[in-house]
Design a protein around this ligand. Structure first.
Ligand SMILES: Nc1nc2c(ncn2[C@@H]2O[C@H](COP(=O)(O)OP(=O)(O)OP(=O)(O)O)[C@@H](O)[C@H]2O)c(=O)[nH]1
Ligand SMILES: [Mg+2]
Length: 361
């Protein structure tokens, strides 16, 4: 297992409890990747250090105590500028310790879990967009270190240009492939419309139980697991509701998470488009999660950037079999459990009422 040190830089105004929750999620993400957390700390600062983000004192301590922690990667819970990242990586290079920011970590998890062509392409695209500027920054620095020529068109500058062009070309190539896949998807969607099929999309925070709900409703057996980002792709299944005048397809997709890099959402847009275009959104919430409100807020914020707010939606409070299960008073929804099957009848009723209001059932 990859030995990891986690550091979160938080402002003085962030409460201890909040800082701990942030670290706990980073820790969970690290474990999802397959990492072993050897140290996790948060550091209070007015702002991240401009030079090394965590500050030279912290860098020094980590270097000096290396024999005791023997970490292979330092994971920082933020988004680092390419220059800052370069400097930090340089510091730990002698110990062969890598440095990742939150973006790197999520990308690496996605890369590890992606199975389909589309998911792999989406990750490749996100990676190029993310790492491209970093690589260009590196080659610029290299050019300067080599003394450059001081004249225009010097060796360093040439390399940078070549690199930039190469990276831009790759980006275009992948984006084109993804567009083609999306067109195929659109075509399928149009066909569905023509065949009078309605679609329901499951969305929600990662690990809320979306895949389990899909399996329960469609009697499928997709992978559900107690880890973050078990699902990275859109899966479709048929949902039989008694008396429904149309065929209902239900889709499952990638889960949301706090501070999901916007560029990553953009790269996954074609996968998410299934949700964006559904006739009904089924927002799955882990009703036994003590961070229920925060997670729901995150999901609502991400959704707001993707779908019109007037799209019909239902809240499904999952895991009602667990202790501490709650339904928020100001956000009414259906209590559900994929284990006991409770709530399935109410759900069907409400879905029918929303999708086929005029049908006499
Ligand atoms: N107790 C209980 N556990 C549940 C229920 N539904 C799902 N789970 C568990 O919750 C965990 C996550 O379930 P998934 O269905 O993989 O969740 P997901 O939302 O698809 O997660 P990602 O694909 O990772 O975003 C698994 O360990 C499930 O067994 C439920 O009704 N009750
Ligand atoms: Mg899933």
């Amino acid at each position: 297992m990859l030995r990891a040190i986690l550091i979160d830089v938080v402002h003085y105004t962030v409460s201890r409890a909040e800082a701990e929750v942030r670290l706990a999620e980073l820790s969970e993400l690290t474990r999802t990747y397959g990492g072993l957390v050897v140290i996790e700390v948060f550091q209070r600062r007015a702002a991240p250090d401009q030079n090394t983000y965590i500050g030279s004192g912290k860098v020094q301590t980590l270097l000096e105590t290396w024999p005791t922690h023997r970490a292979e990667v330092l994971i920082i819970n933020g988004f680092l500028k390419p220059g800052v990242m370069d400097r930090l990586q340089e510091k730990f290079k002698p110990l062969k310790m890598e440095v990742w920011d939150r973006y790197d970590l999520i990308l690496n998890i996605f890369e590890k879990h992606a199975t389909t062509v589309e998911a792999k392409l989406q990750i490749e695209l996100a990676k190029i967009r993310h790492l491209g500027p970093r690589m260009v920054g590196m080659s610029e620095q290299l050019g300067r270190q080599r003394g450059g020529t001081g004249t225009r068109g010097g060796a360093g500058e040439g390399n940078t240009e070549v690199m930039k062009r190469h990276w831009k070309e790759q980006e275009r190539r992948i984006a084109t492939k993804l567009e083609q896949l999306e067109q195929g998807r659109n075509l399928q969607r149009q066909n569905r419309r023509r065949q009078e099929i309605v679609t329901v999309a499951l969305v929600g925070y990662t690990n809320a139980g979306k895949t389990s709900v899909l399996n329960k409703l469609t009697k499928k057996k997709e992978l559900s697991a107690n880890r973050l980002f078990a699902t990275l792709d859109t899966r479709l299944g048929e949902w039989f509701i008694e008396g429904s005048p149309k065929k209902i397809l239900i889709s499952d997709t990638i889960g949301f998470i706090q501070d999901l890099p916007p560029a990553l959402i953009k790269a996954f847009k074609s996968t998410l488009s299934e949700a964006i275009q559904a006739d009904l959104l089924l927002l799955v919430i882990d009703g036994a999660d003590h961070r229920l409100i925060e997670k729901l807020t995150v999901v609502e914020a991400i959704l707001a950037s993707l779908v019109p707010t007037n799209q019909p939606r239902l809240l499904l409070y999952n895991k009602s079999d667990l202790p501490n299960f709650t339904i928020l008073a100001d956000r009414p929804g259906i209590g559900f459990s994929t284990i006991t099957g409770i709530g399935a009848d109410v759900l069907e009723q409400q879905v029918r009422a929303l999708l086929f209001p005029t049908a006499s059932l």
